[in-house]
Design a protein around this ligand. Structure first.
Ligand SMILES: [Zn+2]
Ligand SMILES: [Zn+2]
Length: 580
């Protein structure tokens, strides 16, 4: 028996929360510990229950009210209970927000579809009149009465390993339009959707049949379905435990870029209405934007720390413009410090590894300061002392254009690497205990820095060139040199830098981590999302989903110790090395 707690939603019959024994027994047989979730609709109570379990099974039951998917109620729908609908929806959303595995059975399968924006056939007999399939069988519950065709590309196929699966059938409603982000992966002969799963690699599976009653009768495939589910819950439980113990740090977020829209990093912010001109987009229409990093999102994603940078776009290199750039750096960073101060119950600024450790103990989120583009120090090296005093942990030497300090990854070289001023800057950063960040620099600049710097350097948000040929990414040669110097490459979760064509997924990003580990070892890799600076992957939309990376690392056999290094251990080693 595992200690994994599997929550099962209940029916409510005559004011009693209850569930058929078959669900309970199937979970026990698969090695999980079942917990019945009573029907309550208080969201805080449901959230609390979800925070204590490792997997959620949405059980069968009556019909779902059509108001949940914006349709008029069909007259044949009488067996519904709005309370149950609200309870199911709250549980699904809370569980999936945390990356918890969810298995929906019959009604549970339909309610998953509705929760994510799909619709239902409300009454099969009148809406699918010519069907030869009996979807509400008279035979006993453990008897299979029709077959479903399983998509061989699906996760479900990996569980059942059959093209045609014999299933039982007890439903009055069915999935009509499949929710965005989900795939229909099983169909009955009349074309009804019989199973759906997350198309974004999350463990969310809905099946129209009742595997629990067939499992109770000894059906091996149905027992395997629960075995798979309990296994996923075990993985999730392990990921959660690891995140509780280790310090998880994201080394690059551009969230301060949105300060001018009045965001508060300590709260869940409303969808922002961006002015396209601020982002160099020629359009009159406002752009809707959901911020990717804030304290509530970090809490959900179990992310302890994030470096938030003052991003300084490369402008003119005159005395005057450079002075303005420096002013801008200080103004952004002081706003950031004010925001941290305003939210001191939940967050704090970390300047050192000791700060990070203390905040972890206190259960607070740690924000670290960074500067993206050393153009933001102006032409005045004494600004470095001020930045160090403010607690800036690293400075990225340039952005996508050359500056006075070095050549960028883009454009014909101007300095052939680091300029004379750039060399002084690097040495002064060394002296101040500010980490040198070579993301965005040209390869020659990077090698110059590695030769000159007295301490290890980082690429705060760069991925692997061998896997995705982009000038922003790190070549094998450079990777080896960074590692040799004791530095670290923080894989950037930016689609364009992860995969050349098509949508980049969490799995693709973890391929980059794998590559670095195989090439130069576990001590030289980390994660720098670039959230709010363009970073986003399919299945990893923001900081609230960071646990997914850990889940994928666990699937690939990474140990807790290795995961701790990737998630912050290596970055903290560099912080200490530069005497932070
Ligand atoms: Zn950035
Ligand atoms: Zn960047």
């Amino acid at each position: 028996m595992s200690n994994m707690l599997i929550g099962i939603t209940s029916n409510n019959i005559e004011n009693k929360s209850c569930i058929a024994d078959a669900y309970v027994n199937a979970v026990v047989k698969a090695g999980g510990t079942p917990v019945l979730i009573p029907l309550v609709t208080d969201k805080a109570v449901l959230e609390n229950i979800i925070s204590h379990i490792d997997g959620l099974i949405l059980s069968g039951g009556g019909d779902i009210h059509s108001s949940l998917f914006g349709e008029k109620l069909h007259p044949a729908v009488t067996d519904y209970k709005l309370e149950r609908d609200m309870y199911d929806l709250a549980l699904i959303l809370s569980a999936t927000e945390r990356q918890m595995p969810v298995l929906g059975i019959c009604r549970g399968h339909q309610v998953i579809n509705v929760a994510f924006g799909g619709t239902l056939i409300q009454d099969i007999p009148s809406q699918i009149p010519g069907s030869k399939i009996v979807h509400n069988q008279a035979e006993a519950r453990e008897i299979a009465t029709h077959s479903v065709r399983i998509n061989p590309e699906s996760k479900l196929y990996q569980i059942v390993k059959q093209n045609d699966l014999q299933v039982n059938s007890f439903h009055h409603q069915a999935v009509k339009t499949v929710a965005p982000g989900f795939n229909a992966v099983a169909f009955s002969e009349d074309g009804l959707v019989e199973a759906i799963e997350s198309g974004e690699g999350k463990t969310i599976l809905g099946v129209q049949w009742h595997p629990e009653t067939m499992a109770a009768a000894g059906n091996a495939v149905m027992i395997d379905t629960f075995g798979y589910f309990v296994g996923e819950a075990a993985l999730y439980g392990k990921a959660k435990e690891i995140h509780k113990k280790i310090i998880t740090l994201d080394s690059h977020t551009d969230t301060p870029m949105y300060f001018k829209y009045g965001i508060d990093i300590g709260k869940t912010n409303p969808v922002l209405k961006l002015n396209p001109k601020d982002f160099g987009i020629k359009s009159e229409e406002e752009i809707n934007y959901a911020l990717k990093v804030d304290v509530p999102k970090m809490q959900k994603g179990m992310l302890d720390a994030a470096v938030m940078v003052a991003y300084i776009p490369q402008g003119a290199r005159t005395e005057e413009a450079s002075k303005k750039a420096a002013d801008k750096t200080f103004s952004i960073l002081s706003t950031l410090m004010k925001q941290i101060g305003k939210n001191k119950n939940t967050t704090g600024q970390a300047k050192t590894v000791t700060d990070l450790q203390r905040m972890k103990r206190e259960g607070k989120k740690a924000i670290l300061l960074g500067v993206e583009n050393a153009y933001g120090i102006g032409k005045d090296l004494s600004n470095l002392q001020k930045l160090a005093d403010m607690g800036v942990v690293y400075i990225t030497l340039c952005h996508n254009r050359h500056n006075d300090i070095c050549d960028s990854h883009k454009g014909t070289p101007e300095h052939n690497g680091l300029s004379e001023f750039g060399k002084k800057t690097v040495l002064e950063m060394n002296r101040m205990g500010i980490i040198v960040d070579i993301s965005h620099t040209s390869e020659k600049t990077s090698f110059d820095v590695l030769e000159l710097s007295r301490y290890p350097v980082i690429a705060s948000h760069s991925s692997v060139k061998a896997l995705c040929n982009n000038t922003r990414n790190i070549s094998d040669e450079l990777m080896k040199a960074i590692a040799k110097k004791g530095g670290v490459i923080q894989v950037c979760l930016y689609g364009e830098f992860i995969k050349e064509n098509g949508r980049a997924t969490v799995e693709d990003a973890v391929d980059h981590i794998d590559y670095i580990v195989k090439k130069v070892g576990i001590d030289h890799v980390g994660i720098g999302s670039d959230f709010d600076g363009g970073g986003e992957l399919t299945g990893l939309k923001d900081a609230s989903e960071m646990l997914r990376i850990t889940l994928e690392l666990l699937r690939r056999g990474y140990s807790e110790k290795a995961i701790a290094k990737i998630w912050g251990g290596n970055f903290m080693r560099i912080m200490k090395a530069v005497k932070r």
